[in-house]
Write a protein that binds this ligand. Structure first.
Ligand code: NAD
Ligand code: DAU
Length: 331
Protein backbone atom coordinates (compact mmCIF):
# COMPACT_ATOMS: atom_id res chain seq x y z
CA UNK A 1 0.00 0.00 0.00
CA UNK A 2 2.07 2.87 -1.35
CA UNK A 3 0.99 6.48 -1.89
CA UNK A 4 2.59 7.73 -5.12
CA UNK A 5 2.94 11.35 -6.21
CA UNK A 6 3.23 11.43 -9.98
CA UNK A 7 4.18 14.77 -11.53
CA UNK A 8 3.15 15.22 -15.16
CA UNK A 9 0.77 12.28 -14.81
CA UNK A 10 -1.76 13.77 -17.26
CA UNK A 11 0.76 13.67 -20.11
CA UNK A 12 1.66 10.86 -22.50
CA UNK A 13 4.11 8.73 -20.50
CA UNK A 14 2.98 9.78 -17.02
CA UNK A 15 -0.63 8.78 -17.72
CA UNK A 16 0.57 5.43 -19.04
CA UNK A 17 2.44 5.01 -15.76
CA UNK A 18 -0.67 5.79 -13.69
CA UNK A 19 -2.74 3.25 -15.65
CA UNK A 20 -0.09 0.54 -15.17
CA UNK A 21 0.43 1.34 -11.50
CA UNK A 22 -3.25 1.06 -10.60
CA UNK A 23 -3.77 -2.07 -12.71
CA UNK A 24 -0.83 -3.77 -11.02
CA UNK A 25 -1.76 -3.34 -7.36
CA UNK A 26 -5.16 -2.87 -5.76
CA UNK A 27 -3.91 -1.00 -2.71
CA UNK A 28 -1.63 1.69 -4.22
CA UNK A 29 -2.92 5.25 -4.60
CA UNK A 30 -1.65 8.02 -6.83
CA UNK A 31 -1.88 11.78 -6.65
CA UNK A 32 -1.14 13.41 -9.99
CA UNK A 33 0.35 16.90 -9.90
CA UNK A 34 -0.07 18.35 -13.37
CA UNK A 35 -0.27 21.92 -14.68
CA UNK A 36 -2.51 20.74 -17.55
CA UNK A 37 -0.49 22.63 -20.14
CA UNK A 38 -1.32 22.16 -23.82
CA UNK A 39 0.24 18.66 -23.41
CA UNK A 40 -1.74 17.59 -20.35
CA UNK A 41 -5.24 16.15 -20.57
CA UNK A 42 -7.38 15.05 -17.62
CA UNK A 43 -9.08 12.55 -19.94
CA UNK A 44 -5.78 10.64 -20.00
CA UNK A 45 -6.28 9.60 -16.38
CA UNK A 46 -8.21 6.52 -15.28
CA UNK A 47 -11.63 6.94 -13.72
CA UNK A 48 -10.55 5.38 -10.41
CA UNK A 49 -11.10 6.63 -6.83
CA UNK A 50 -7.45 5.78 -6.07
CA UNK A 51 -6.30 8.45 -8.56
CA UNK A 52 -6.55 12.14 -7.61
CA UNK A 53 -5.61 14.99 -9.94
CA UNK A 54 -4.21 18.18 -8.41
CA UNK A 55 -3.97 20.93 -11.02
CA UNK A 56 -0.83 22.93 -10.31
CA UNK A 57 2.81 23.46 -11.16
CA UNK A 58 5.95 21.71 -9.97
CA UNK A 59 7.34 25.22 -9.59
CA UNK A 60 4.80 26.03 -6.84
CA UNK A 61 6.95 25.38 -3.75
CA UNK A 62 4.11 25.47 -1.18
CA UNK A 63 1.93 23.06 -3.15
CA UNK A 64 4.83 20.73 -3.90
CA UNK A 65 5.86 20.69 -0.24
CA UNK A 66 2.36 19.73 0.89
CA UNK A 67 2.01 16.96 -1.71
CA UNK A 68 5.48 15.51 -1.13
CA UNK A 69 4.85 15.47 2.63
CA UNK A 70 1.74 13.37 2.08
CA UNK A 71 3.20 10.67 -0.20
CA UNK A 72 5.63 7.75 0.06
CA UNK A 73 7.21 7.83 -3.42
CA UNK A 74 7.60 10.67 -5.94
CA UNK A 75 7.82 9.85 -9.67
CA UNK A 76 8.82 12.93 -11.65
CA UNK A 77 7.56 12.97 -15.25
CA UNK A 78 6.49 16.64 -15.49
CA UNK A 79 8.38 18.52 -18.17
CA UNK A 80 8.12 20.58 -21.27
CA UNK A 81 8.97 17.74 -23.64
CA UNK A 82 9.09 18.87 -27.28
CA UNK A 83 12.34 19.89 -28.97
CA UNK A 84 10.66 22.01 -31.66
CA UNK A 85 8.82 24.05 -29.01
CA UNK A 86 12.09 24.61 -27.16
CA UNK A 87 13.53 26.15 -30.31
CA UNK A 88 10.55 28.51 -30.59
CA UNK A 89 10.64 29.58 -26.91
CA UNK A 90 13.06 28.03 -24.38
CA UNK A 91 11.62 29.91 -21.39
CA UNK A 92 9.06 27.37 -20.09
CA UNK A 93 11.68 24.64 -20.45
CA UNK A 94 13.98 26.46 -18.05
CA UNK A 95 11.15 27.02 -15.58
CA UNK A 96 9.49 23.61 -15.53
CA UNK A 97 12.42 21.32 -16.27
CA UNK A 98 15.06 23.04 -14.16
CA UNK A 99 13.31 25.21 -11.55
CA UNK A 100 10.50 22.63 -11.21
CA UNK A 101 12.98 19.81 -10.56
CA UNK A 102 14.84 21.98 -8.04
CA UNK A 103 11.55 22.73 -6.25
CA UNK A 104 10.72 19.04 -6.05
CA UNK A 105 14.20 18.10 -4.84
CA UNK A 106 14.02 20.55 -1.97
CA UNK A 107 10.70 19.08 -0.83
CA UNK A 108 12.04 15.52 -1.18
CA UNK A 109 15.06 16.52 0.90
CA UNK A 110 12.94 18.15 3.62
CA UNK A 111 10.61 15.20 3.94
CA UNK A 112 13.04 12.34 3.28
CA UNK A 113 10.99 10.78 0.49
CA UNK A 114 11.96 8.32 -2.27
CA UNK A 115 12.25 9.96 -5.73
CA UNK A 116 12.49 8.58 -9.24
CA UNK A 117 13.50 11.13 -11.87
CA UNK A 118 12.42 10.42 -15.46
CA UNK A 119 14.80 11.71 -18.11
CA UNK A 120 15.87 11.30 -21.71
CA UNK A 121 18.71 9.85 -23.77
CA UNK A 122 19.03 13.27 -25.44
CA UNK A 123 21.22 14.46 -22.56
CA UNK A 124 24.08 12.54 -24.21
CA UNK A 125 23.87 14.45 -27.51
CA UNK A 126 23.99 12.38 -30.69
CA UNK A 127 26.02 9.62 -32.36
CA UNK A 128 27.35 9.21 -35.88
CA UNK A 129 25.35 6.74 -37.98
CA UNK A 130 28.29 4.30 -38.12
CA UNK A 131 29.42 4.67 -34.48
CA UNK A 132 29.60 1.13 -33.02
CA UNK A 133 29.04 2.56 -29.52
CA UNK A 134 25.69 3.25 -27.92
CA UNK A 135 24.83 5.46 -24.94
CA UNK A 136 25.74 4.01 -21.52
CA UNK A 137 25.40 5.50 -18.02
CA UNK A 138 28.99 6.78 -18.30
CA UNK A 139 28.60 8.55 -21.67
CA UNK A 140 29.51 12.24 -21.16
CA UNK A 141 26.63 14.70 -21.19
CA UNK A 142 26.51 16.76 -24.41
CA UNK A 143 22.98 18.08 -25.00
CA UNK A 144 22.10 19.91 -28.23
CA UNK A 145 18.74 21.67 -27.84
CA UNK A 146 17.23 23.90 -25.14
CA UNK A 147 14.98 20.94 -24.25
CA UNK A 148 17.79 18.42 -23.86
CA UNK A 149 20.01 20.97 -22.07
CA UNK A 150 17.22 21.64 -19.57
CA UNK A 151 16.77 17.91 -18.97
CA UNK A 152 20.54 17.53 -18.55
CA UNK A 153 20.46 20.32 -15.97
CA UNK A 154 17.67 18.54 -14.11
CA UNK A 155 19.68 15.29 -14.07
CA UNK A 156 22.70 17.11 -12.66
CA UNK A 157 20.55 18.62 -9.91
CA UNK A 158 19.21 15.19 -8.92
CA UNK A 159 22.73 13.70 -8.87
CA UNK A 160 23.99 16.62 -6.77
CA UNK A 161 21.14 16.23 -4.27
CA UNK A 162 21.98 12.51 -4.00
CA UNK A 163 25.66 13.16 -3.35
CA UNK A 164 25.46 16.31 -1.23
CA UNK A 165 22.28 15.70 0.73
CA UNK A 166 21.95 11.92 0.55
CA UNK A 167 18.41 11.90 -0.84
CA UNK A 168 17.14 8.48 -1.94
CA UNK A 169 16.73 8.95 -5.70
CA UNK A 170 17.12 6.94 -8.88
CA UNK A 171 17.27 8.26 -12.45
CA UNK A 172 16.38 6.84 -15.84
CA UNK A 173 17.22 8.07 -19.33
CA UNK A 174 14.95 6.58 -21.98
CA UNK A 175 14.86 6.68 -25.78
CA UNK A 176 11.94 7.72 -28.03
CA UNK A 177 8.57 6.46 -26.84
CA UNK A 178 5.57 5.62 -29.01
CA UNK A 179 2.07 4.40 -28.16
CA UNK A 180 -1.41 5.66 -27.25
CA UNK A 181 -2.08 9.19 -25.95
CA UNK A 182 1.05 10.80 -27.41
CA UNK A 183 0.47 14.44 -28.40
CA UNK A 184 -0.04 15.08 -32.14
CA UNK A 185 2.97 17.40 -32.18
CA UNK A 186 5.29 14.36 -31.97
CA UNK A 187 6.62 12.55 -35.05
CA UNK A 188 4.53 9.36 -35.18
CA UNK A 189 1.13 10.77 -34.07
CA UNK A 190 1.62 13.76 -36.38
CA UNK A 191 2.04 11.55 -39.44
CA UNK A 192 -0.67 9.04 -38.48
CA UNK A 193 -3.32 11.71 -37.81
CA UNK A 194 -2.21 13.59 -40.94
CA UNK A 195 -2.76 10.51 -43.11
CA UNK A 196 -6.21 10.00 -41.52
CA UNK A 197 -6.93 13.58 -42.69
CA UNK A 198 -5.52 12.94 -46.18
CA UNK A 199 -2.33 14.98 -45.52
CA UNK A 200 1.05 13.62 -46.66
CA UNK A 201 3.66 12.92 -43.92
CA UNK A 202 6.39 15.53 -43.37
CA UNK A 203 9.96 14.36 -43.12
CA UNK A 204 12.56 16.77 -41.71
CA UNK A 205 15.52 17.10 -44.09
CA UNK A 206 16.71 13.88 -45.72
CA UNK A 207 15.17 11.75 -42.96
CA UNK A 208 18.35 9.81 -42.20
CA UNK A 209 18.16 10.68 -38.49
CA UNK A 210 17.86 7.57 -36.33
CA UNK A 211 15.71 7.23 -33.21
CA UNK A 212 15.66 4.21 -30.87
CA UNK A 213 11.94 3.43 -30.51
CA UNK A 214 10.41 1.86 -27.40
CA UNK A 215 6.77 1.29 -26.53
CA UNK A 216 5.57 3.52 -23.69
CA UNK A 217 4.38 0.48 -21.67
CA UNK A 218 7.88 -1.03 -21.80
CA UNK A 219 9.31 2.30 -20.58
CA UNK A 220 6.86 2.41 -17.67
CA UNK A 221 7.48 -1.22 -16.71
CA UNK A 222 11.17 -0.36 -16.48
CA UNK A 223 10.38 2.67 -14.29
CA UNK A 224 8.35 0.44 -11.95
CA UNK A 225 11.23 -2.07 -11.78
CA UNK A 226 13.68 0.71 -10.93
CA UNK A 227 11.39 2.12 -8.23
CA UNK A 228 11.03 -1.31 -6.65
CA UNK A 229 14.53 -2.70 -7.04
CA UNK A 230 16.87 0.02 -8.32
CA UNK A 231 19.97 0.90 -6.34
CA UNK A 232 19.82 4.37 -4.68
CA UNK A 233 21.70 7.00 -6.65
CA UNK A 234 21.90 4.86 -9.79
CA UNK A 235 21.14 5.92 -13.37
CA UNK A 236 19.50 3.27 -15.58
CA UNK A 237 19.27 3.66 -19.35
CA UNK A 238 16.02 2.40 -20.87
CA UNK A 239 15.86 1.26 -24.50
CA UNK A 240 14.56 -1.69 -26.50
CA UNK A 241 17.06 -2.00 -29.38
CA UNK A 242 14.62 -0.21 -31.67
CA UNK A 243 16.86 1.89 -33.91
CA UNK A 244 15.22 3.05 -37.16
CA UNK A 245 15.72 6.08 -39.41
CA UNK A 246 12.85 8.53 -39.81
CA UNK A 247 12.40 7.82 -43.51
CA UNK A 248 11.88 4.11 -42.79
CA UNK A 249 9.39 4.92 -40.00
CA UNK A 250 7.33 7.06 -42.38
CA UNK A 251 7.43 4.37 -45.07
CA UNK A 252 6.24 1.77 -42.53
CA UNK A 253 3.40 4.02 -41.33
CA UNK A 254 2.32 4.57 -44.95
CA UNK A 255 2.41 0.84 -45.67
CA UNK A 256 0.43 -0.03 -42.52
CA UNK A 257 -2.16 2.63 -43.44
CA UNK A 258 -2.53 1.33 -47.02
CA UNK A 259 -0.78 4.23 -48.76
CA UNK A 260 2.13 4.17 -51.27
CA UNK A 261 5.48 4.09 -49.45
CA UNK A 262 6.68 7.26 -51.26
CA UNK A 263 3.60 9.40 -50.48
CA UNK A 264 5.44 11.83 -48.18
CA UNK A 265 7.17 15.24 -48.47
CA UNK A 266 10.54 16.53 -47.31
CA UNK A 267 10.22 19.75 -45.26
CA UNK A 268 12.64 22.15 -43.53
CA UNK A 269 15.01 20.41 -41.17
CA UNK A 270 15.07 21.04 -37.40
CA UNK A 271 17.81 23.45 -36.28
CA UNK A 272 20.64 21.53 -34.58
CA UNK A 273 18.85 18.23 -35.39
CA UNK A 274 20.46 15.31 -33.49
CA UNK A 275 21.54 12.61 -35.92
CA UNK A 276 21.23 9.37 -33.98
CA UNK A 277 20.31 8.09 -30.53
CA UNK A 278 21.03 4.51 -29.44
CA UNK A 279 20.70 3.00 -25.96
CA UNK A 280 22.70 0.23 -24.30
CA UNK A 281 20.25 -0.98 -21.64
CA UNK A 282 22.55 -3.73 -20.30
CA UNK A 283 22.44 -2.50 -16.70
CA UNK A 284 18.65 -2.55 -16.62
CA UNK A 285 18.51 -5.97 -18.27
CA UNK A 286 21.31 -7.60 -16.26
CA UNK A 287 20.67 -6.11 -12.83
CA UNK A 288 16.89 -5.82 -12.77
CA UNK A 289 15.95 -8.47 -15.35
CA UNK A 290 13.79 -6.06 -17.35
CA UNK A 291 12.80 -7.14 -20.86
CA UNK A 292 10.61 -5.26 -23.37
CA UNK A 293 7.29 -6.91 -24.18
CA UNK A 294 6.87 -5.06 -27.48
CA UNK A 295 9.55 -6.83 -29.49
CA UNK A 296 7.94 -6.06 -32.88
CA UNK A 297 7.94 -2.34 -33.72
CA UNK A 298 5.71 -3.13 -36.69
CA UNK A 299 3.02 -4.69 -34.44
CA UNK A 300 3.32 -1.95 -31.80
CA UNK A 301 3.04 0.71 -34.48
CA UNK A 302 0.01 -1.00 -36.06
CA UNK A 303 -1.72 -1.05 -32.64
CA UNK A 304 -0.82 2.62 -32.13
CA UNK A 305 -2.30 3.53 -35.53
CA UNK A 306 -5.49 1.68 -34.54
CA UNK A 307 -5.61 3.69 -31.32
CA UNK A 308 -5.47 7.02 -33.22
CA UNK A 309 -8.08 5.75 -35.68
CA UNK A 310 -10.38 4.85 -32.78
CA UNK A 311 -9.80 7.96 -30.67
CA UNK A 312 -10.33 10.89 -32.99
CA UNK A 313 -12.22 12.75 -30.25
CA UNK A 314 -9.01 12.69 -28.20
CA UNK A 315 -6.64 14.20 -30.77
CA UNK A 316 -8.88 16.25 -33.05
CA UNK A 317 -9.18 19.34 -30.73
CA UNK A 318 -5.39 19.95 -30.78
CA UNK A 319 -4.57 19.07 -34.38
CA UNK A 320 -5.21 22.34 -36.23
CA UNK A 321 -3.34 24.59 -33.78
CA UNK A 322 -0.38 22.20 -33.75
CA UNK A 323 -0.17 22.18 -37.54
CA UNK A 324 -0.42 25.99 -37.66
CA UNK A 325 2.76 26.23 -35.56
CA UNK A 326 4.59 23.88 -37.92
CA UNK A 327 3.33 25.68 -41.03
CA UNK A 328 4.82 28.95 -39.76
CA UNK A 329 8.27 27.28 -39.91
CA UNK A 330 7.80 25.56 -43.26
CA UNK A 331 7.49 22.19 -41.53
P1 NAD B 1 4.21 15.26 -22.32
O1 NAD B 1 4.55 16.58 -22.89
O2 NAD B 1 3.24 14.36 -23.03
O3 NAD B 1 3.65 15.42 -20.83
C1 NAD B 1 4.20 16.33 -19.92
C2 NAD B 1 3.19 16.55 -18.80
O4 NAD B 1 3.79 17.46 -17.85
C3 NAD B 1 1.89 17.19 -19.26
O5 NAD B 1 0.78 16.54 -18.68
C4 NAD B 1 1.99 18.63 -18.76
O6 NAD B 1 0.73 19.23 -18.50
C5 NAD B 1 2.82 18.45 -17.51
N1 NAD B 1 3.53 19.67 -17.11
C6 NAD B 1 4.23 20.54 -17.89
N2 NAD B 1 4.69 21.55 -17.16
C7 NAD B 1 4.32 21.31 -15.87
C8 NAD B 1 4.52 22.00 -14.64
N3 NAD B 1 5.20 23.15 -14.57
N4 NAD B 1 4.01 21.45 -13.53
C9 NAD B 1 3.30 20.29 -13.57
N5 NAD B 1 3.06 19.62 -14.71
C10 NAD B 1 3.58 20.12 -15.83
O7 NAD B 1 5.61 14.53 -22.09
P2 NAD B 1 5.99 12.98 -22.15
O8 NAD B 1 6.40 12.64 -23.52
O9 NAD B 1 4.93 12.21 -21.47
O10 NAD B 1 7.34 13.00 -21.26
C11 NAD B 1 7.26 12.78 -19.85
C12 NAD B 1 8.66 12.76 -19.28
O11 NAD B 1 9.41 11.72 -19.91
C13 NAD B 1 9.45 14.05 -19.51
O12 NAD B 1 10.23 14.30 -18.37
C14 NAD B 1 10.34 13.72 -20.69
O13 NAD B 1 11.53 14.48 -20.66
C15 NAD B 1 10.62 12.25 -20.45
N6 NAD B 1 10.94 11.45 -21.64
C16 NAD B 1 10.12 11.46 -22.73
C17 NAD B 1 10.41 10.63 -23.82
C18 NAD B 1 9.51 10.59 -25.04
O14 NAD B 1 9.84 9.92 -26.00
N7 NAD B 1 8.37 11.25 -25.05
C19 NAD B 1 11.55 9.82 -23.78
C20 NAD B 1 12.37 9.86 -22.65
C21 NAD B 1 12.05 10.66 -21.57
O1 DAU C 1 14.93 10.54 -27.27
C1 DAU C 1 13.94 10.84 -26.34
C2 DAU C 1 13.18 12.07 -26.76
O2 DAU C 1 12.34 11.67 -27.85
C3 DAU C 1 12.34 12.67 -25.64
O3 DAU C 1 13.19 13.16 -24.65
C4 DAU C 1 11.46 13.81 -26.16
O4 DAU C 1 10.61 14.27 -25.13
C5 DAU C 1 10.62 13.30 -27.32
O5 DAU C 1 9.86 14.34 -27.87
C6 DAU C 1 11.52 12.67 -28.38
O6 DAU C 1 12.35 13.69 -29.00
P1 DAU C 1 12.57 13.77 -30.60
O7 DAU C 1 12.90 15.15 -30.94
O8 DAU C 1 13.44 12.66 -31.05
O9 DAU C 1 11.06 13.39 -31.07
P2 DAU C 1 10.07 13.98 -32.18
O10 DAU C 1 8.85 13.12 -32.15
O11 DAU C 1 9.90 15.43 -32.09
O12 DAU C 1 10.87 13.66 -33.53
C7 DAU C 1 11.36 12.36 -33.84
C8 DAU C 1 12.21 12.46 -35.10
O13 DAU C 1 11.36 12.76 -36.22
C9 DAU C 1 13.23 13.57 -35.07
O14 DAU C 1 14.42 13.13 -35.74
C10 DAU C 1 12.57 14.72 -35.83
C11 DAU C 1 11.75 13.98 -36.86
N1 DAU C 1 10.48 14.64 -37.29
C12 DAU C 1 9.64 15.12 -36.35
C13 DAU C 1 8.44 15.69 -36.71
C14 DAU C 1 7.50 16.25 -35.68
C15 DAU C 1 10.17 14.66 -38.65
O15 DAU C 1 10.93 14.18 -39.51
N2 DAU C 1 8.97 15.20 -39.02
C16 DAU C 1 8.09 15.71 -38.10
O16 DAU C 1 7.00 16.19 -38.51
Amino acid sequence: MTAFLCTGGAGFIGSGFVHRLLARDETDTVTVLDALTYAGNRANLPDDPRCTLVEGSVCDAALVDELVAGCDVVVHFAAESHNDNSLNDPSPFIQTNIVGTFTLLEAVRRHGKRLHHVSTDEVYGDLELDDPNRFTPTTPYNPSSPYSASKAASDHLVRAWVRSFGIHATLSNCSNNYGPRQHVEKFIPRQVTGIIDGVRPKLYGAGLNVRDWIHVDDHNDAVLDIIERGRPGTTYLIGADGEMDNKSVIELILELMGEPADAYDHVNDRAGHDLRYAIDASLLRDELGWRPRYTSFRDGLAATIDWYRGNEDWWRPTKAATEAKYAAKGQ
